[in-house]
Design a protein around this ligand. Structure first.
Ligand code: SF4
Length: 438
């Protein structure tokens, strides 16, 4: 099973290589010694992660070639837009018309879009987002594997089922050997190219220990590694980067400091943003975003959240519905409907049409069985699969009954590939956002 298409290096200049994919050229950042024109590589998130032997690459490319163009045709058909559609609010129509022609909406216009409820306008809104995704990023859909290494957390976020105040939860912490073994299996056996290692803020691991785990994974297997261990400090981020981590998944949850303070006792929004900004300067790819439907949150807050995600130069936007765990102070709050989430995904695409990866989160998949299909048709181009050993997964209960909680990786792969094919998407990552200064 393969989650990347091999590319052929056309030229190498310093750390930048130009890579050919069936006639399309993409830039990637290279950290592998001795790479030269004519070599075959796998790249992920704009990084060269592995050089592969020519016979192996050519065999994979011959399988992909026909499929790749067939999928693109399906995708093009599904992303057509009728700009003359009837029943559209004229103000929404103007914003969407301009967006389709390359003018990004202002924050006020995003708010206008989020405030609309009528079916005709929303249908066009989602279709334009999908059209822009297809036009600018074609049919690649990036697939990451997420490995939840520990459900210990010292924080007490008012909605989270693994927070420190959930005393009844049984806790686990994977050993370094278990983490390395699960990561190597995900890459070697199942073909993942990008992994997210995630935990609560767990003082049971020292940063040096986590860095050692990353180093070992990188020595044993080629993978693009994202970390998501909470606020490990700026020095901690540096150590993890030096060890080989190249991405940071850290959501700011809400850009409204008052709401942030209310639901994250003892924590400050500014500290979180400082981590994200410094991480970007270090060269990390950033995955960030927020919660949709926090009590007291307005649609203006959501428009601000989307703008902040863009301002943080996120490689990937991660917005999911607020799903409180019942055993928490906010356990009684009801989640938003599916449409509110789709609006945020589509608005994210409109303000960042050229490069952004937009994720269909597991929380959205938990809220709606149609989340992936509808999200991918509303501007999204990224999904995650849970590669945590099944015996631990249920204990990572940030909210209950998470999507894919009991499904083996094989089943997740089968269903994901089948859905992506039906939508004309290729489970690969050819898109590249310019790096800060790695
Ligand atoms: S949301 Fe994150 S930081 Fe907050 S309690 Fe849950 S795992 Fe910990």
């Amino acid at each position: 099973m393969c989650y990347a298409i091999p590319g052929r290096v056309k030229s190498v200049r310093d750390k930048t290589v130009l890579v050919d994919y069936f006639g399309e050229e993409k830039k990637a950042y290279n950290e592998i010694d001795g790479l030269s024109a004519g070599d075959y590589i796998y790249a992920q998130g704009g990084y060269v992660i592995e050089k592969i032997p020519a016979p192996e690459a050519e065999a994979i490319l011959s399988v992909w070639k026909e499929t790749f163009f067939e999928l693109q045709e399906v995708d093009v058909l599904l992303s057509r837009v009728d700009l003359e559609a009837k029943g559209i609010d004229p103000r929404v129509g103007r914003i969407l018309d301009r967006a389709a022609n390359g003018r990004k909406p202002s924050k006020d216009e995003v708010l206008e879009l989020l405030n609309h409820e009528d079916t005709g306008s929303l249908t066009l809104f989602f279709k334009i987002a999908n059209f822009l995704r297809q036009k600018n990023l074609k049919n690649s859909c990036c697939v990451h594997g997420i490995l939840e290494i520990s459900n210990y957390c010292s924080e007490s976020c008012a909605y989270c089922g693994i927070s420190s105040h959930h005393r009844g939860l049984s806790r686990y912490r994977m050993s370094p050997e278990e983490i390395v073994s699960a990561a190597c299996e995900a890459v070697g056996k199942y073909g993942f190219k990008a992994l997210v290692l995630q935990s609560g803020e767990d003082a049971g691991y020292r940063v040096e220990e986590l860095a050692g785990v990353i180093r070992t994974i990188k020595e044993k297997t080629p993978a693009l590694i994202f970390v998501s261990f909470g606020e490990v400090g700026i020095q901690g981020l540096e150590k993890l980067y030096q060890a080989g981590a190249r991405g940071l998944l850290m959501r700011f949850e809400t850009s409204n400091p008052e709401l942030y303070g209310r639901f994250h006792p003892g924590a400050k929004l500014e500290t979180r943003l400082e981590h994200l900004r410094k991480a970007y300067e270090m060269g990390y790819m950033i995955i960030t975003g927020g919660l949709i439907g926090l009590p007291g949150q307005t649609r203006k807050d959501l428009a601000d959240d989307i703008s902040l995600t863009r301002d943080l130069r996120a490689e990937m936007y991660s917005f999911g519905p607020f799903l409180p765990h019942p055993e928490t102070p906010l356990g009684e709050v009801l989640p938003v409907g599916e449409t509110e989430v789709l609006k945020v995904l589509a608005a994210s695409r409109l303000i960042d049409p050229l490069e952004a990866k937009i994720l269909v989160t597991t929380a959205f998949e938990t809220l709606s069985s149609e989340a992936r299909r509808k999200g991918l048709l509303a501007g999204a181009n990224s999904v995650m699969m849970n590669i945590t050993p099944v015996e631990y997964r249920r204990q990572y209960a940030i909210y209950p009954n998470r999507a894919w909680e009991n499904d083996l990786i094989e089943k997740q792969i089968e269903e994901t590939i089948s859905l992506l094919r039906s939508l004309g998407r290729a489970p690969t990552d050819l898109s590249v956002r310019e790096k800060s200064n790695p």
